[in-house]
Design a protein around this ligand. Structure first.
Ligand code: 13P
Length: 343
């Protein structure tokens, strides 16, 4: 029986679970491997992802879905089993990054537009055959002098909506990711500015989604949290981040959206967890709110693994710990004591 978009979306944000973003492009994964002195070959990329996807307890208990890169969805584990099957065997859903990256937006210096709409229908048909049941498209919004412009916001919102409509046409749940950056060069903006820009962006995204006839009950929103820019010198409390983030959602996100799954965006592992937990303690939350982290879920595991076969168990243990902490945060139950106890 084919699962409905609503069923898939609900499974992705099931209580205590979240999404592993393992869809680093070839250039991004090279940067991650550089940090552990490992060459970025197809086999090393496969070994690394296999280590994560076969971490049985972490995957079964805390990871509802995994976002893959095009290369990975076609790769097999060392024993010949497709990596997609490893994910499915752990009761987790394979997903796929389908955007082709953020490129300079013509006549808008300093801003980008995400490409990848041409031919997307055909690619989605193939990805569905390969096992993907959800997809991701990331739009990037940069705060700076005079930025973002309304033109860049609406161009990106429009592309997200066209992507989301194509996904739903093909039985794939769209993860709609408009990321307001916190870690661009010279990110001196305050948390107040981040909230204003996040609200303007989300408002535009939902206007375009509705115009494109996207069924909001069959999608997941992947936003940034409302935080100060990394060079702002501002220290926002966990409570302020949580309150402003949820306030931004109340102002813009229809309650028919079943789930919100955050990106980590350059926050440290533990802070990304702590913020998520605090957000899940705010009383009025009509959406399931969880994680869809890349760096904040993988950094410790990557380091512990270090590209060595003998360290697979250590890498998986680090991944389990981080997944468990974020699973607790998705329930609003993370504490610093638990962080230390289990570590
Ligand atoms: P980070 O959690 O590292 O920001 O990555 C999430 C993601 O998928 C960005 O597109």
């Amino acid at each position: 029986m084919t699962e409905s978009l609503q069923d898939i979306a609900r499974r992705l944000v099931a209580p205590g679970k979240g999404i592993l973003a393992a869809d680093e492009s070839s250039s991004t994964i090279k940067k991650r491997f550089d940090s552990i002195g490992l060459e970025s070959t197809a086999d090393n990329r496969r070994d690394y992802r296999e280590m994560l996807f076969s971490a049985e307890t972490a995957m079964r208990e805390h990871i509802s879905g995994v976002i893959l890169f095009d290369e990975t969805i076609r790769q097999s584990a060392r024993d010949g089993r497709p990596l997609v099957q490893l994910i499915q065997a752990n009761n987790s859903i394979p997903g796929i990054k389908v955007d082709m990256g953020a490129k300079p937006l013509a006549l808008y210096p300093g801003e980008t537009i995400t490409e990848g709409l041409d031919g997307l229908r055909e690619r989605l048909v193939e990805y569905h055959k390969l096992g993907a049941r959800f997809a991701k498209w990331r739009a990037v919004i940069t705060i700076g002098a005079g930025l973002p412009t309304p033109g860049a916001i609406s161009a990106n919102a429009h592309a997200l909506a066209r992507y989301a409509a194509l996904c739903q046409e093909n039985g794939i749940v769209p993860i709609v990711e408009p990321e307001v950056l916190m870690d661009n060069p010279n990110a001196t903006h305050t948390i107040e500015t981040c909230q204003k820009v996040t609200e303007a962006t989300l408002a535009s995204v939902f206007e375009e989604l509705e115009r494109a006839r996207v069924d909001l009950t069959g999608m997941i929103l992947k936003p940034n949290m409302v935080v100060p820019g990394k060079d702002s010198g501002q220290n926002a409390s966990t409570t302020e981040v949580a309150e402003r983030t949820v306030a931004a959602f109340h102002a813009t996100v229809p309650t028919s959206v079943p789930g919100i799954a955050f990106l980590s965006g350059g926050q440290s592992d533990v802070l990304a967890t702590e913020h998520l937990s605090r957000i899940n303690q705010i009383p009025d939350r009509p959406w399931a709110i969880t994680f869809s982290y890349g760096r904040a879920l993988q950094a410790a595991a990557l380091k512990a693994w270090g590209g060595k076969r003998e360290n697979i168990a250590a890498g998986q243990a680090a991944f389990l710990h981080r997944s468990r902490m974020n699973g607790l945060a998705a329930l609003g139950q993370w504490t610093p004591e638990l962080e230390r106890e289990i570590a």
